[in-house]
Each structure stands twice: as structure tokens, then as C-alpha cells.
Design a protein around this ligand. Structure first.
Ligand code: FMN
Length: 335
């Protein structure tokens, strides 16, 4: 693959630049918005509890728009049978990958015995992986921390990763912090434990054949370019959700696509047909509108624009004209 200028692109596969799973953020509407910015990178869903697929309406939890490809479904769970059933359903629903959450430290998730606490039970996780692998043909990946509580250190992490590799994990997304399961809430667990990129780098050095993605604290495309010198891929969360347009050149910089003009107004205009369809299906405009608020930053009038969009977008009778006007206002000022 070569770029328009004949240069070899930095990245070849979607997973090498991914948008992290984030509950209440990376829902299907945000993912469609992200597709106005990047067609190439891998998008993750929010975590779906595998058990919920047994009793909730599957389409509500799993439906996505075809523009969201390539897309990975993140599952939470600790039961091999339930997870393998969920994995089979996910594959038949058209997902490109299944990712098991082994990094979430929230008390609710711990009480269900999944997320980060499972790092203390590698044999159990291995059974889950094996069960999912046996029933699917799409990649099964995991997202985890560098350790939890007193399960930490390079040796612990290597052993954990080796066990997962033996079970058949296709790729490792490593949030380069440990999680403290007692005493810190999920938000604190995303900032207080220090980032330890060097620990993840050592894993890559000791296991060069494994696909290791770095996650945690990557704030700019330059951070990612640097990380990609060491790691196979990068996964970015908060820095994308809080400022999606900072990443408007992802496809160009990392995947060698031709330059495209992407602005706040082109993004909003791009999602209008999708919003129209959502309203037709009795969805609320706000479901989509709320994700557009972070498109405009640091310019005169940004707060006023956001306040107006937020106020009008939340009204029960909010219609498409609100998004159309928001896009026009931005276009008029060259945004
Ligand atoms: C609001 C929010 C929700 C999150 N939800 C999930 C989730 O559902 N599954 C998961 O594996 N990680 C979740 N995370 C963690 C992120 O995927 C990511 O690992 C973390 O934010 C560190 O990456 P960052 O520094 O690039 O944001 C969440 C993070 C945030 C901020």
C-alpha cells in the first residue's frame, strides 16, 4: 500500500490506531460522528455485559451502522459459556472483533466479578478466551491494566500475558497503569496510578511477536507517532472524546490517505442523514447532538454556540433544523 505521494503509510491495519471503549461516550452515535473524522481506525463499543445479551433486547445492545466498520465489541463477563454465546452472537451481528474487558475497576463491575479484578484469575480468563475462540473466527482481544492491587510487576504481567497468549488471545491493549480496586473510584483509577509506559515497552521487548497496543494518557497525534516507534498500535480515549477534531488527520498521518478537508461543520453536516434516520425511528436528537458539543474549542463564541446547541438540542421536539443551523453558524465563521 502506498500513499498519494508514493510514501509507505505508517500503519497498515485498523487496530493500530483505535478509539478506546468508553461507557456513555463511545455509543453508536459517537462512533458515526467519529467516522466523519476517520474511516480507517478501529472503533470500540462501550462495554456490554455478556449476561445482558441473554435477557435484554439484542438489537438495542448490538445494532450498529455499517459505516462504523471496522468495529470491535467489548464484552464484560467471567463465564466461559455465557461469553462464548455472546461472542457467537456478536460475530453473527457483523462485529469485526471481540474484546474482553479486564481493565475496568468499578465496584459494580467488581461485584459481577469481571473487569480488572479478573487479572487475579488468569486461569479463569483463559477458559473464557478458549471458549470464545472455539466458537468464533474473528479476533479475540483483551484490554487490561499492567496490574491490580498487589498483583503487579513485570513478572506478574509477563506471566499473565503468556497465559492469555497460550489461550489464544490475538492482541493486547494495555492501559499502562495499575488499578487499585479498593479506595479509588474509576475516574481516580484513570489518573492517580502513574502511567508506566516502560513496563509495557519491556513486555513488547520480551515478547516481540505479540501484538501489543499502548493505551493511557496519549494526548496528541505526536504522542501516538512516538508510541508507535515501540508498540504495534495505540488506543486513545479521553483525548479523542474531549476534542475529536484534534484527530482530523489520523487517516492522513497514520494510514496514508489523501488530505481531506474536515471541519466542525463538515462533521455535523455528515451526520445529518444519520440523525434524520434516527429521528424517523423515534430517537431523540440529543442522543446525537450531545456528542457534537466538543467539536468546537478555543474560539470566540464557542461557549455561546455550545450553550445554544445544548439548550435547543435537549428539547423534546428538537428537530434536524437545530443541527443544520449549528453547522451553518460554524461554516459562516470558517469552522
Ligand atoms: C467515561 C469513560 C468510560 C470508560 N469506559 C470504559 C469501558 O467501557 N471499557 C473499557 O475497557 N475502558 C473504559 N474506559 C477506559 C478507557 O478505555 C481508557 O482505557 C482510559 O480512559 C485510558 O485511556 P486515555 O488516557 O486515552 O483516556 C473508560 C474511560 C472513560 C473516561
Amino acid at each position: 500500500m502506498k500513499t498519494a505521494e508514493g510514501k509507505k503509510p505508517l500503519l497498515k491495519e485498523a487496530y493500530q490506531f483505535s478509539v478506546a471503549p468508553m461507557l456513555d461516550c463511545t455509543d453508536r452515535h459517537f462512533r458515526v460522528l467519529m467516522r466523519q473524522i476517520t474511516k480507517q481506525s478501529l472503533l470500540y463499543t462501550e462495554m456490554i455485559v455478556a449476561k445482558a445479551l441473554q435477557y435484554s433486547k439484542k438489537s438495542k445492545l448490538l445494532d450498529f451502522n455499517k459505516v462504523e466498520h471496522p468495529i470491535a465489541l467489548q464484552l464484560g463477563g467471567d463465564d466461559p459459556e455465557i461469553l462464548s454465546e455472546a461472542a457467537a452472537i456478536a460475530e453473527s451481528w457483523g462485529y469485526d472483533e471481540i474484546n474482553l474487558n479486564l481493565g475496568c475497576p468499578s465496584p459494580r463491575v467488581q461485584s459481577g466479578n469481571f473487569g480488572a479484578c479478573l487479572m487475579a484469575y488468569p486461569d479463569q480468563v483463559a477458559k473464557c478466551i478458549e471458549a470464545m475462540k472455539s466458537i468464533t473466527s474473528i479476533p479475540i482481544t483483551i484490554k487490561h491494566r499492567i496490574g491490580i492491587d498487589n498483583h503487579e510487576g513485570e513478572e506478574f504481567l509477563l506471566q499473565f500475558i503468556d497465559r492469555m497468549d497460550a489461550a489464544g488471545v490475538d492482541r493486547f491493549s494495555i492501559h499502562a497503569r495499575k488499578a487499585l480496586l479498593q479506595g479509588l473510584n474509576p475516574k481516580q483509577n484513570r489518573s492517580i496510578p502513574p502511567l508506566q509506559y516502560e513496563t509495557v515497552a519491556k513486555i513488547k521487548k520480551h515478547r516481540p511477536k505479540l501484538k501489543i497496543e499502548l493505551n493511557g494518557g496519549l494526548k496528541t497525534p505526536d504522542d501516538c507517532t512516538n508510541a508507535l516507534k515501540t508498540f504495534d498500535g495505540v488506543m486513545v480515549g479521553r483525548a479523542i472524546y474531549s476534542n475529536p477534531l484534534l484527530w482530523k488527520q489520523i487517516d492522513e498521518i497514520f494510514f496514508g490517505d489523501q488530505e481531506k478537508k474536515i471541519t466542525a461543520s463538515t462533521v455535523i453536516k455528515g451526520i445529518i442523514p444519520y440523525a434524520e434516520n434516527h429521528l424517523r425511528q423515534n430517537g431523540r436528537l440529543w442522543d446525537i447532538c450531545k456528542h457534537t458539543l466538543n467539536l468546537v474549542h478555543g474560539v470566540k463564541g464557542a461557549r455561546k454556540w455550545r450553550n445554544e446547541l445544548s439548550r435547543k438540542g435537549q428539547q423534546s421536539n428538537a428537530d434536524l433544523q437545530i443541527l443544520e443551523k449549528a453547522a451553518r453558524q460554524l461554516e459562516d465563521v470558517g469552522l
